[in-house]
Design a binder for this molecule. Structure first.
Ligand code: G3I
Length: 449
């Protein structure tokens, strides 16, 4: 039998003596480089986590190192603060901290593990009590808000809202330069009344684009229209929204599962401006709001496939060029018509992007059971393991489910989803708004079980 390495024994001793799983920023060993900006510098997060600022390296168990311990403010701010240091914390405690490389994953980088709540009676509460907190979101539709059960469940279980359709280009700017805010304002105002944050979805996308825009020609014309749209929309919501999907689904493959010949999608933006439209959209958005979180969002980048490799290279290029992007949304539509991905796939992909210094989000999760492609047991495993993969990554700042209850899922009537009007059974609540076993598995993952 091999004996335990000295570093592990030392780590066990140090942790018995002082490492905390309550995230008090103790940080374990002292030879790492630590994250100078982690933990103590965020406005919404913790002010007590000192691990990152004192430059502690490995050795900690969980919650030490990168700060954010008791902060209850904006979870995304807390997280970005917690993770901006290098070399803080360790997930399993490697003892001496080596060269400050940090955790068991070897990445360093502030808080290395999110600490779950001891208990929670709603998903929202589990997210708010986690350390650092994580936003629990849902796609909300104007139609849904006409139903009292829908509103009750949506507000009780979530603290983050994405308008399912009401903030898309065709809804907000149906004719050139004429904006229509009513449906979007209703959702944003309802969310704020219920202390929920809102992510704007989505500024630049090829779908749900009015004809006048999708048929436009001329680089200067398209640039001007894109600038006007981003400027007007962000300006209208400026004091109410600080998270935006800036560019959505710019990449396509031969199959919607992310397989085969990844390439830039030939949209009016790409065709008229070229690939630089993506940089430009983010630059315009940043001009509008210096503090907003700006995200790229896409589907079928959850599995290990050609599409995620292509998107990774695209995003890395943006980061290298200094384009103001804060994070990447993994839509997480699992099952027909999109890909299937295991928890391990998702964890590996999230890490690639956080290693670029970005936040990651699960932005549109559902798991379609139509056609029997995904079995009931597989669905439960996917829900648990994928949510756990995000939860374990402190830079994964939100998990949004694409709808509230099965009866209202977009999949039920989407060609390619194999549902043909039947329920996709894809969400956490049934038609009567009762909790399903999928809900229990998600709750377990949020509680670290
Ligand atoms: O508003 C019209 C209505 O006037 C008309 O009578 C009716 C007849 O079909 O259509 C209505 O529009 C529908 C719209 O949803 C609002 O209900 C469209 O047909 C329908 O195509 C549209 O589907 C939406 C889809 O995006 C469009 O691409 C889904 O609800 C919405 O869930 C889905 O969301 C997208 C995300 O934004 C981006 N990622 C993928 C995700 C799923 O496709």
């Amino acid at each position: 039998m091999r004996s335990a390495p000295l570093t592990l024994l030392l780590s066990a001793f140090l942790c018995a003596a002082g490492c905390s799983d309550s995230g008090d920023g103790d940080g374990g060993e002292t030879t790492g480089s630590g994250g100078a900006t982690g933990g103590t510098t965020t406005s919404g997060g913790s002010t007590t986590g000192s691990g990152a600022t004192t430059g502690s390296g490995g050795g900690a168990t969980t919650g030490s190192g990168g700060g954010a311990t008791t902060g209850s403010g904006d979870p995304t701010s807390a997280t970005s603060g917690a993770t901006s240091g290098s070399g803080g914390g360790a997930t399993t405690g490697s003892g001496t901290g080596g060269e400050g490389a940090g955790g068991s994953d070897g990445t360093g980088g502030g808080a290395s593990a999110r600490v779950p709540a001891a208990s929670a009676s709603t998903l929202r509460e589990a997210g708010e009590k986690a350390n650092p907190p994580i936003l629990i979101g849902a796609a909300i539709s104007g139609g849904g808000l006409g139903n009292n059960d829908y509103k009750r469940v949506a507000a009780a279980e979530h603290n983050y809202v994405t308008a399912e359709n009401e903030m898309k280009w065709d809804a907000l700017e149906p004719s050139a330069g004429n904006f229509s805010w009513g449906a979007a304002d209703n959702i944003v105002n309802w969310a704020r009344q219920n202390n929920m944050k809102v992510k704007g979805h989505t500024l630049v996308w090829h779908s749900q684009l009015p004809n006048w825009m999708s048929s436009m020609t001329g680089k200067a014309n398209v640039e001007a229209a894109m600038r006007r749209h981003i400027t007007q929309v962000m300006g209208h919501f400026k004091d109410r929204l600080d998270h935006w999907d800036v560019v959505n689904e710019a990449v396509q493959t031969d199959s919607d599962t992310g397989v085969g010949n990844p390439r830039m999608r030939p949209t009016v933006f790409y065709n008229q401006i070229g690939e630089s439209y993506i940089d430009l959209a983010f630059q315009i958005a940043r001009e509008q709001d210096p503090k907003a979180k700006l995200y790229y969002n896409d589907y079928s980048i959850d599995a290990r496939n050609a599409k995620v490799d292509f998107v990774y290279n695209m995003i890395k290029g943006m980061v290298d060029r200094g384009v103001p992007i804060d994070g990447v949304g993994f839509q997480m539509h699992i099952g027909p018509p999109n890909n299937e991905a295991t928890g391990a796939d998702v964890a590996a992909n999230l890490k690639r992007f956080t290693d670029l210094g970005l936040e990651v989000l699960i932005s549109e999760m559902d798991i379609n059971r139509c056609g029997g492609v995904v079995t009931a047991e597989e669905q439960l495993t996917y829900y648990h393991d994928i949510v756990a993969a995000c939860f374990k990554e402190p830079k994964c700042t939100a998990i949004t489910f694409w709808g509230i209850n099965d009866g209202r899922s977009w999949l039920n009537s989407w060609s390619g989803a194999l549902c043909n009007g039947q329920s996709s059974q894809s969400l956490l609540f049934n038609d009567q708004y009762g909790k399903k076993e999928t809900y229990n598995r998600v709750m377990n993952a949020l509680l670290g079980k």
